[in-house]
Every structure is written in C-alpha cells, then in structure tokens.
Design a protein around this ligand. Structure first.
Ligand SMILES: Nc1ncnc2c1ncn2[C@@H]1O[C@H](COP(=O)(O)OP(=O)(O)OP(=O)(O)O)[C@@H](O)[C@H]1O
Ligand SMILES: [Mg+2]
Length: 362
C-alpha cells in the first residue's frame, strides 16, 4: 500500500511538450499560448495564475482536448491529446470558465445525467450526486431547474458536474469566481478532501491569489502565453519578492546610525527616508527581532518595526514590472475583474500581519 502510494506520487499525469496555440482572427494572428512545456505528477495541486488574456483557458482547453494545438502535444493521464482525445476525456474532469447554458432540468437530475453520460450506474450516480449535494451545499436548490439558479448557485452546480465521475485529474477554470465566501470555503474543503481521500490531481486557474498561495503547492504563472514562473508559492515569494521590513526612529540621525548597525546583519539594499529605514529580505521573520535587539544593544531606540510579507502579486511585479491587475488586456471582463479586485483587497489585509507569519501556510 505504502509502496503503491509512493509510486502514485511520482507518476506523471500531465506531460505537455511545446504546446502552442495561434488563433487566426480576421486580420491578425493571436499567439495565445507559446511553447507550453511542463509535467505534473499525480496528486499535485497546481494553481495556474496570470492576467486576463494570458492564455490560461486556452492551455486548459488544449489539455482537455476541447481545441487542438497549433503545434506541440501533451500526454494527459497517459493518453495523447491528439491521437486519443476520447481516452483523455474519459479520464479527466473539466469545469470550464463559462457556465453552461440554462437547462430546464432540475439541478439534481443534471448531476444524474452527467453520471449516466460517464457510464456510471444509476445507483452510483444517485449516491455520488447526494454526496456532492451535501459537500458543496447544494441541497437548498437541488430541486430547482438550472435556469432558476443564481450565478453562484449555477457555478457550484458546474463544479459538482465536473466532479461526478470522480476523475483522477481535474481541470477547473476559475472554479471560485463568483462564489460567496462560504461557498468558496466549501469548494476548497471539497477539493482538499478529494486530494487526501482519492489522490486527485487538481489543475486550476484562479484570480484569487490568496487561494493559490494558501492551498496550492505549486504555482505556475503565465504571461502573454508563456510560463514565467513555476514553483512553490513560498519559494517564489522568497526568491522573487521578500519581506519589506521598515523601522522608525526618533530622528534622521538615529536612522543613519541604525543603518550602520543593520548593514552588518544583511546584504540587502537599505533605504533611509527621513527617520525611517527599510529594506527587502527573504528572511524577514528571523531578521526583524534580531535587528530590534541589536539596535537596542547599540543604544538606538526603535520606535516602530513592521514586516510586510510578500504576496504573489509582488512576485508577478518582480517578474514583469507590472501588477497582475495592470497586466490584464484592456478592460477585463466584469467577473474576472471583480475577482481580481477582491483578491487584492484580501491580500492587503494579509499584508498587515506581522512577519512571523511569513512563509507559514495553513
Ligand atoms: N477563439 C479565439 N479566437 C481568437 N482569439 C482568442 C480565442 N480564444 C482566446 N483568444 C485570445 O487568446 C488569448 C488568451 O485567451 P485565454 O482565454 O486563454 O486567456 P485567460 O488567461 O484564460 O484569461 P482570463 O483570465 O481573462 O480568463 C487572449 O488574447 C484571447 O483574446
Ligand atoms: Mg480564462
């Protein structure tokens, strides 16, 4: 059993090689995705980030065989997306970015039809549908027709539909966009449960950076059709962004004295502005108390000390010189834009926390 799960953990479930998609619009060609090459292992939870128009959905649509690549290929759950699209589709779940149209079926029957579509027995379908209705909290509207559901309710049903046949690999394109906080929490609880219980591999896009930061062990950042970063969120933040430490003193002379002391403790570039000193470092939580002690010992009174941990938006800024919000192509579609705004607001709240939380993930 142990040996088996060990094997599973190392099994490659997605292997993309040079995936490229060029759309030909009336007058111009749009290079939506260029040379996407990566592997994902069974059981990984990968968050795929990037501004509007970066090429995330196009990548997912190629990997799920909904559109064919202009060049390059991929093996998904051991099947080639070009030569065995049906084989890929049978082994994956996909929840697209746009909600499916309105149906006159009831939500619960919609789930049962999906089960039948995937060849599940009626009994299994009913058991699974009820499980999902319970865990994603759909009970209050399970007997309403799809066209009667609110946007967020429809989205939750969409996600449930993608999960019906318990696939080993799930592609979710912005599953949490438009969900209220409670529903987002339920969705994440369910995703994490799928991983621990069934070892499900989850590949998802999101504009909620704090979700990616908190839950994904791997973050892939796409910009203008190319992957520009691929690592653990903490590693990305530590190597590309770092904590911003700021110290306040009673006057500029004290700040200048402090600089002498601090320069012995860090290689970072120290900035003095009036009576404040600040610098960026990957090891803020260790340095902050050490610096306060050293300054104290040198007879310099520290009036204030704050440490602001980096966010994934800082990572994107470091990589591209733009924030994720600025980077979206033109005026973004309403929903994604909202999501973005919310994410930033939440990130700002996160930033108020002291540095002891840096690098900690719950
Ligand atoms: N069918 C199409 N024809 C022409 N261009 C397309 C088509 N589909 C997507 N594009 C273009 O390809 C680029 C990538 O789009 P894609 O939907 O993959 O972005 P995304 O990263 O998912 O963005 P968002 O965060 O807004 O969902 C965009 O410039 C988009 O306009
Ligand atoms: Mg998209």
């Amino acid at each position: 059993m142990c040996f088996y799960s060990h094997l599973m953990a190392h099994e490659i479930i997605i292997h993309a090689e040079g995936l490229t998609k060029v759309f030909t619009a009336k007058t111009a060609k749009v290079a939506a995705v260029s040379d996407l090459t990566f592997t994902a292992r069974r059981g990984e939870l990968v968050a795929f980030l990037g501004p509007n128009g970066a090429g995330k959905s196009t990548s997912l649509r190629m990997l799920t065989t909904l559109i064919s690549p202009t060049s390059g290929t991929a093996r998904v759950v051991g099947r080639d997306i070009r030569s065995d699209a049906a084989g890929v589709r049978a082994r994956i779940g996909y929840v697209g970015q746009l909600t499916s149209g309105s149906f006159s079926q009831r939500a619960r029957d919609e789930l049962l039809s999906q089960g039948a579509f995937y060849g599940m027995t009626r009994r299994d379908s009913i058991r699974r549908a009820d499980e999902l209705i319970d865990s994603l909290d759909l009970a209050s509207f399970a007997n309403r027709t799809v066209q009667q559901l609110s946007g967020g309710q429809k989205r939750r049903l969409d996600v449930a539909l993608g999960l019906m046949h318990a696939p080993p690999l799930l592609f979710l394109d912005e599953p949490s966009t438009g969900l209220d906080p409670q529903s987002r929490a339920n969705l994440w609880e369910h995703i994490l449960h799928l991983r621990t219980q069934h070892g499900t591999t989850v590949f998802l896009t999101t504009h909620y950076l704090e979700e990616a930061d908190r839950y994904a062990e791997r973050v892939m950042v796409m910009d203008r059709g190319r992957i520009i970063a691929d690592d653990h969120a903490d590693a990305l933040k530590a190597t590309l962004a770092g904590d911003v430490l700021t110290f306040g003193f009673s006057d500029a002379a004290q700040a200048a004295d402090a600089r002498e002391v601090v320069a012995r403790l860090t290689q970072a570039e120290i900035t003095i502005a009036d009576d404040a000193m600040s610098f960026t470092t990957p090891e803020g939580s260790r340095l902050l108390p050490a610096i306060v002690r050293e300054l104290d010992a040198a007879g310099i009174t520290v009036r204030s000390a704050t440490g602001v941990p980096p966010t994934l938006d800082d990572v994107f800024l470091a990589l591209t010189g733009r924030t994720l919000r600025e980077a979206g192509e033109g005026e973004a579609a309403g929903e994604s834009d909202d999501a973005d705004g919310t994410a930033s607001a939440v990130s700002n709240v996160d930033r108020e926390v002291d540095t002891t939380t840096t690098g900690a993930r719950s």
